[in-house]
Design a protein around this ligand. Sequence first.
Ligand code: FMN
Length: 180
Amino acid sequence: MITIISGTNRKNAMTKVITDITCGMMKEKGIEYQLLDLRELPDGLFHKDVYWNAPPEFKPFQEMVLNCDGILIVTPEYNGSFPGVLKYFIDILKFPESLLEMPTAFIGVADGYFGALRSIEQLSMILQYRKAHLFGKKVMFPNVSKKLSEDKTQITDDKLRAMLEELVVDFNDFANRLKK
Ligand SMILES: Cc1cc2nc3c(=O)[nH]c(=O)nc-3n(C[C@H](O)[C@H](O)[C@H](O)COP(=O)(O)O)c2cc1C
């Protein structure tokens, strides 16, 4: 089971569009997955007593991270990094068990030319600190709005679509090989 995280809570985020397309690919390939959408985080999570004391409404999100074989994070680039809400989410997760030895892969989404490579590199540092097993392949969507069909359901760039297909299949194999 792969948990795919849509890494921003911004309304109408392109990150969610790419997440949905990736979910469609996983379904097509028969890969089991569950979607963790940061837009669905409970408002009650955003208060000062939450550290090491997450409210019960957070439990389903925590469980999705604990009970999976791999985590695929789809991250946009915000101010040269990944979104603050994604770091906050990681900070609220149980330590150390949540990400320990967890196979983890990344997809980057950005308007800019670098396709959220900076977000992925910064996230990689944090996930390494948490002792996750990082998957070597990554896929980045630079100028994301130009890579999609008008209805935003298809990737029009053939090379990118092929890279994304390869990533989901190979990451699922990687996660299954490391399965505990
Ligand atoms: C707060 C904020 C900061 C952003 N900073 C960057 C940036 O540093 N580099 C970049 O290429 N795009 C930046 N963007 C544009 C996003 O890459 C763009 O919105 C893209 O669609 C992915 O983000 P989304 O999932 O929120 O749509 C920023 C967008 C927001 C909302």
